[in-house]
Design a protein around this ligand. Structure first.
Ligand SMILES: Cc1ncc(COP(=O)(O)O)c(C=O)c1O
Length: 461
C-alpha cells in the first residue's frame, strides 16, 4: 500500500502516516497479516526521519492495529481485516447486540457468550443420542417431561428455587417465556412496570401488547419500588444482575417488591438470565424463593451458558397462570424441538452441564477481572465510574460529565472496537450515559487490546 503524505500540511508527518495506514486497515485495503514496509525503508521512500515512521507504527500498535512478527517486521494485527470495517462501519452501532452478519474486530457489545466455549463435541454426542431416541410425535407442549424433572432438580440445587416440574415450561429462550407471560397477563391499556434503564426486548414486547409502559428508575439497590404505580399489572425485573447496569437488587427491595405485588395483585416476572456466572459476592435469594403467594414467574435461559442459537429457556409459572399459558404455548409453536430438549436432558442429567459451567465460569471470571481492573484504573483518572459488578458477561460504567456517549462509541467504532451504550436502554430520554462492556465474545487477549484502544482514546481526548 502506498502512503501519501503532504509535507506542507498542518497535521504532523507522523500523524499523516498513522492516519493513512489506519484508514487503509479500516477500509479493508490492508488485511490481517499484511506486512508493512520496514520503518527505515518507508522513511526513505517518504523522505522523513525514521523516528517519524516508528512513532506512527508505535501508535498503531498500541491501539491494536499492528503487531510485531517474531523475527522482525510489522504486520496488520490478526483481528483487523477487511471484514472488520468498510463502508458504513458504524452501522453496527444501531444493533445493540453482536450479529455474525455484522462482524466487528473487537466486539465488546453485551448479550452473547463465547462460541469458542460451546461444548461442541458433547453437544454433538447428546444430539445424536436424542435423534436416535426421537419418536416423531408432537410431545408435551410444556416440554419433555423427563427434561422438566431434571431441570426442576437442577434449579432447586443451583438456585434454591424449589420448582414443581408441573409448573415448569420449556420455552424457546427467555424471550418466548416473556411473550407467553405478557400475552397471558396483560391486556391492552394495562400498566407494565419495567426497569429503566432495562432490557429493551422485554419493553418492546410489552409495547407490542399495547401495554402502557411505566419506566421505573434503578439505583444501587435495584428497581426503586416506591415509584411503581400501584395499579401496574405486571413488573419485570432482573434482580440477580440488573440489565444493563449490573446492580444486585438488595434484600430489602426484594421484600418491598413482593409486598407491593401481594397488596396490589401484580405479577412479577423475575428474569434470571445470567446468574450462573457469579464471581465475587454471595447470591441473594431469588424473588421466586421468597414468594409465598404465587406472584412470581421465574425465567431462565441457556443463551448465556450454552448458546443463544439453541433457543432454549424455561419459566416456572405461578399455578394460576399455568392453564392459560399452556394453551397459548400450544397455539404458538407447540413446543421447542424435542431433539434439542432430549439432548439438554442428557447433558444436564449426566452432570456435563455442571462441568461446563465450572470451566466457563473460571474463564469468564478472568475476563471479568481484566475489565474491572481496567475500569478501576481509569476511574482513578476520573474518566469512567464503573458500576459495582459481581456477575454476568458485561460491566457498565458511567461516563464523566461532558463526555458524549455516542461520540465515544463512534470514535471506538472507527478504531474497530464495538461497545454498548447505556443510554440506548432507556425507555425515554436517558438520565445517565455510559459504556456497557461485554466480555462474552472477546477473550482476555482481545479484551486487553480493546481496553488499550479505549484507554488511548480517553488519553487523547
Ligand atoms: C436481560 C436479558 N434477559 C434474557 C435474555 C435471554 O434471552 P433469550 O433466552 O431469549 O436468548 C437476555 C439475552 O441477551 C438478556 O440480556
Amino acid at each position: 500500500m502506498d502512503v501519501f503524505i503532504d509535507p506542507g500540511a498542518t497535521a504532523g508527518l507522523a500523524s499523516q502516516i498513522y492516519e493513512a495506514i489506519r484508514s487503509g486497515i479500516l477500509e479493508g485495503r490492508l488485511g490481517s497479516g499484511d506486512r508493512l514496509p520496514p520503518s527505515r525503508e518507508l522513511a526513505e521512500t517518504l523522505g522523513v526521519a525514521r523516528s517519524t515512521v516508528t512513532t506512527a507504527y508505535g501508535h498503531l500498535a498500541a491501539e491494536g492495529f499492528l503487531e510485531g512478527r517474531r523475527g522482525g517486521g510489522t504486520v496488520v494485527a490478526e483481528l483487523f481485516g477487511a471484514d472488520a470495517a468498510g463502508d458504513g462501519f458504524e452501522q453496527f452501532l444501531d444493533l445493540p447486540y453482536p450479529d455474525p452478519e455484522q462482524s466487528v474486530a473487537l466486539d465488546l457489545r453485551p448479550g452473547t457468550p463465547d462460541p469458542r466455549l460451546f461444548p461442541v463435541a458433547e453437544w454433538k454426542r447428546y444430539t445424536r443420542w436424542a435423534i436416535d431416541r426421537h419418536d416423531a410425535t408432537y410431545g408435551n407442549p410444556a416440554g419433555v417431561t423427563s427434561l422438566r424433572l431434571v431441570l426442576a432438580r437442577w434449579i432447586g440445587r443451583s438456585r434454591g428455587v424449589e420448582a414443581n416440574f408441573r409448573q415448569l415450561v420449556v420455552t424457546s429462550g427467555a424471550q418466548q417465556a416473556f411473550f407467553l407471560l405478557t400475552a397471558t397477563c396483560v391486556d391492552p391499556g394495562d400498566i407494565v412496570a419495567v426497569e429503566d434503564p432495562g432490557y429493551d426486548r422485554f419493553r418492546r414486547l410489552a409495547e407490542g401488547r399495547m401495554a402502557r409502559i411505566a419506566p421505573i428508575p434503578v439505583d444501587s439497590d435495584g428497581i426503586v419500588v416506591a415509584e411503581i404505580p400501584t395499579d401496574a399489572k405486571l413488573v419485570y425485573v432482573t434482580p440477580s444482575h440488573q440489565f444493563p447496569t449490573g446492580v444486585t437488587m438488595s434484600m430489602s427491595r426484594r421484600l418491598e417488591l413482593l409486598e407491593l405485588a401481594r397488596d396490589c395483585g401484580m405479577v412479577i416476572v423475575e428474569d434470571d438470565y445470567d446468574s450462573e456466572f457469579r464471581y465475587t459476592d454471595r447470591p441473594l435469594e431469588p424473588l421466586y424463593r421468597l414468594d409465598r403467594w404465587g406472584l412470581v414467574a421465574y425465567v431462565g435461559s441457556f443463551s448465556k451458558t450454552l448458546s443463544p442459537a439453541l433457543r432454549l429457556g424455561y419459566v416456572v409459572v405461578p399455578p394460576d397462570l399455568l392453564p392459560a399459558l399452556l394453551e397459548l404455548r400450544q397455539q404458538v409453536d407447540w413446543a421447542p424441538s424435542q431433539v434439542a430438549q432430549e439432548a439438554l436432558k442428557g447433558y444436564l442429567a449426566d452432570g456435563e452441564f455442571d462441568r461446563h459451567l465450572r470451566k466457563t465460569r473460571r474463564n469468564y471470571q478472568q475476563r471479568h477481572s481484566v475489565v474491572v481492573d481496567f475500569l478501576h484504573r481509569v476511574e482513578a483518572r476520573g474518566l469512567l465510574r464503573p458500576v459495582a459488578s459481581h456477575a454476568g458477561l458485561h460491566v457498565a460504567a458511567h461516563l464523566g460529565d461532558g463526555t458524549d456517549e455516542s461520540d465515544v462509541r463512534v470514535a471506538l467504532a472507527d478504531r474497530g472496537v464495538a461497545v454498548g451504550g447505556l443510554s440506548g436502554y432507556y425507555a425515554g430520554p436517558a438520565t445517565t450515559h455510559g459504556l456497557v462492556l461485554g466480555f462474552g465474545r472477546a477473550d482476555t487477549r482481545q479484551l486487553t487490546k480493546a481496553l488499550t484502544v479505549i484507554d488511548h482514546l480517553f488519553t487523547a481526548t
